[in-house]
Design a protein around this ligand. Structure first.
Ligand SMILES: [Fe+2]
Ligand SMILES: [Fe+2]
Length: 156
């Protein structure tokens, strides 16, 4: 088993997700670049901020700092989705509508989680706020940036 596989196995358990950092699963590497300077710099920042939010969620899940860090992450994420959609539209990218639908699902999920954090967890199906936040960050980074975005062509 490679060390990357070992890391994945470790974080699949909910304990692993709560007590390990996202950095153990993903960190920016130039080999992840898609060749568009704006999109690549935004992806790098998204991965960096996702890691910071996960640490806050794990260590200070009742802190107002978490709400503000999560909101800042959303600002970056929403701007990035707009930038990426403009580029993909200009390039008439394959699977454009499906990709935009994925962004829209993440926008909605982000708003749902942000509202619950602001309400201090009222209405959570899951009592562990940190797990919900970390799960969203894994979905955005490992699930979307490294998977869906990596299959898009961003340069002509
Ligand atoms: Fe992206
Ligand atoms: Fe995307």
């Amino acid at each position: 088993m490679s060390s990357r596989e070992a890391e994945f196995r470790h974080v699949t358990a909910s304990e692993g997700i709560a007590y390990n950092t996202l950095r153990q699963l993903i960190r920016w590497d130039p080999s992840m670049a898609l060749g568009d300077p704006l999109i690549d710099s935004e992806h790098e920042k998204i991965i960096e901020m996702a890691e910071q939010v996960c640490v806050l969620a794990r260590d200070h899940d009742k802190s107002p700092d978490l709400v503000s860090a999560f909101s800042n992450f959303g600002e970056l994420l929403f701007k990035h989705f707009d930038d990426e959609e403009k580029k993909l539209t200009k390039l008439h990218a394959d699977g454009l509508s499906k990709h935009i639908a994925q962004h829209q699902a993440m926008r909605s999920e982000f708003e749902f989680i942000r509202q619950r954090l602001m309400d201090d967890g009222i209405g959570w199906a899951c009592e562990e706020q940190s797990l919900v936040v970390v799960n969203f960050m894994i979905g955005v980074t490992v699930g979307h940036v490294l998977e869906s975005d990596a299959h898009q062509t961003l340069s002509q």
